[in-house]
Write a protein that binds this ligand. Structure first.
Ligand code: B12
Ligand code: SF4
Ligand code: SF4
Length: 258
C-alpha cells in the first residue's frame, strides 16, 4: 500500500468510528512531540478530532458509554487499535499533567486556526463545536498535502457576542476566567450552562450546524466541573511544550479596530 492509500484508509476508519482526521504535520524540535515508544523520533503526526454530534451518537451504541469518561475510553480503544495496526503510537489530550500541547499541534496541522476569546480554537466550519481526541505518531515521513490556510472567523466578527453572553463575565477579550466560570456553575448546578452548555459558546454565530445535543453539552459540562477532571496544570509544573513560544490567547480583532 502506498502512503497516500494508507492515509485514505486511516481517514475512512476514523470516519466509521465517528472521528475526523484533522490534518497533520512533520514535527520540528520545538513542537513538543514525543518519540515513539521504542525511542525512534516522530517524523509525522496525524491529529484526530471530532465535530458536532456524530461522535456522541456513535458512543451511544458503544460498550464505553457506561464508563465514567466514555469519550476518553472510546477514543483510547479506537485509536489504540488503529495505531497498533499501522505501527504508530497514539497519544491523548487528557494524558497529563503535563499536557501535550494539542491546541498548538492543531494550529500546525490546520494553519490559520486560532484561539477565540472562549479559549477554544475557532474553526470556520465547525465554530467552537469541535475537540481533539488523540494524535497518531509515525516514525516515517508520510507525504502530507499543504492545506490552504483557514480563515479565522473571530477577526471579522464585529459584535463578538461571546464577550457579552456569559452571566459570570468569565469570557473577556483578555481571555477566559476559569474561577469566575466555576463559581457560577457551582452556584447554579441546574442552571442553563450546566443543562445545555456554555452560553458564551452558544452565542457564537459560527458553526451552528455543529452545535452539540443538549445531552452531549450537559455531559461535557458535568465532566468539566467534576473534580477528578478538573486538573488544570499547577503553575509550577512545566508543560510538554515549554521550549516553544506560546501563541497569544486571543489575537486582536481587526473588525473592532477598523
Ligand atoms: C487544562 C485544560 C483546561 C483547563 C484550562 C486551565 C487554563 N486556564 O489553562 C480547564 C479545566 C479550565 C479547561 C476547560 C475547558 N476546556 Co480544556 N483543556 C485543558 C487541557 C487538558 C490542557 C491545556 C494545556 O494547558 N495544554 C498545554 C499547553 C502547553 O498546550 P498549548 O496547546 O500550547 O496551550 C493552549 C491552551 O493552554 C490554551 N488555553 C489557555 N487557556 C485556556 C482556557 C480554555 C478554556 C481553553 C479551552 C484553552 C485554553 O491556549 C494555548 C494555546 O492555544 C487541553 C488538552 C490539551 N492536552 O491541550 C484541553 C482543551 C484545551 N480544552 C478544551 C475544551 C473544549 C474545554 C471546555 C470548553 C470543555 C467543555 N466544557 O466542553 C472547557 C471550558 C469551559 C467552558 N466554558 O465551557 C479543548 C479545546 C478544543 C478546541 N476546539 O480548541 C481541549 C484541546 C481538549 C480537547 N479534547 O479537545 N480546560
Ligand atoms: S462570537 Fe465572534 S469573537 Fe466570539 S468566538 Fe464566535 S466568531 Fe469568535
Ligand atoms: S459555562 Fe457559563 S459561566 Fe462558564 S464561561 Fe460559559 S457562559 Fe460563562
Amino acid at each position: 500500500m502506498t502512503a497516500p492509500e494508507a492515509l485514505a484508509v486511516i481517514r475512512r476508519r476514523l470516519a466509521r468510528a465517528g472521528l475526523l482526521l484533522r490534518g497533520g504535520f512533520h514535527p520540528r524540535a520545538d513542537d513538543g512531540v514525543p518519540h515513539l515508544a521504542d525511542g525512534r523520533p516522530t517524523r509525522t503526526l496525524l491529529l484526530v478530532g471530532n465535530a458536532g454530534r456524530t461522535l456522541w451518537r456513535r458512543l451511544a451504541g458503544s460498550p464505553e458509554m457506561t464508563r465514567p469518561h466514555p469519550f476518553d475510553a472510546y477514543c483510547r480503544r479506537v485509536l489504540g487499535e488503529l495505531a497498533a495496526g499501522c505501527g504508530a503510537r497514539a497519544v491523548f489530550p487528557d494524558e497529563g499533567p503535563p499536557w501535550y500541547p494539542f491546541q498548538r499541534w492543531a494550529m500546525r496541522a490546520e494553519p490559520g486556526l486560532r484561539p477565540s476569546p472562549l479559549g477554544i480554537l475557532l474553526h470556520p466550519r465547525f465554530g467552537p463545536w469541535h475537540a481533539y481526541r488523540g494524535a497518531l505518531l509515525f516514525a516515517g515521513r508520510l507525504p502530507l498535502a499543504a492545506p490552504p490556510p483557514l480563515a479565522w472567523p473571530c477577526v471579522v466578527c464585529r459584535d463578538r457576542p461571546c464577550l457579552t453572553a456569559c452571566p459570570a463575565g468569565a469570557v473577556t477579550a483578555e481571555g477566559y476566567h476559569v474561577a469566575r466560570c466555576r463559581a457560577l456553575l457551582e452556584r447554579l448546578p441546574d442552571g442553563p450552562c450546566m443543562r445545555g452548555g456554555c452560553l458564551a459558546r452558544h452565542a457564537c454565530p459560527v458553526g451552528r450546524a455543529f452545535v452539540y445535543d443538549a445531552a452531549q453539552a450537559a455531559h461535557h459540562m458535568r465532566a468539566f466541573v467534576t473534580p477528578e477532571r478538573d486538573r488544570a496544570r499547577p503553575e509550577s509544573e512545566p508543560d510538554r511544550g515549554d521550549s516553544a513560544p506560546r501563541p497569544p490567547r486571543c489575537p486582536p480583532n481587526r473588525a473592532r479596530r477598523d
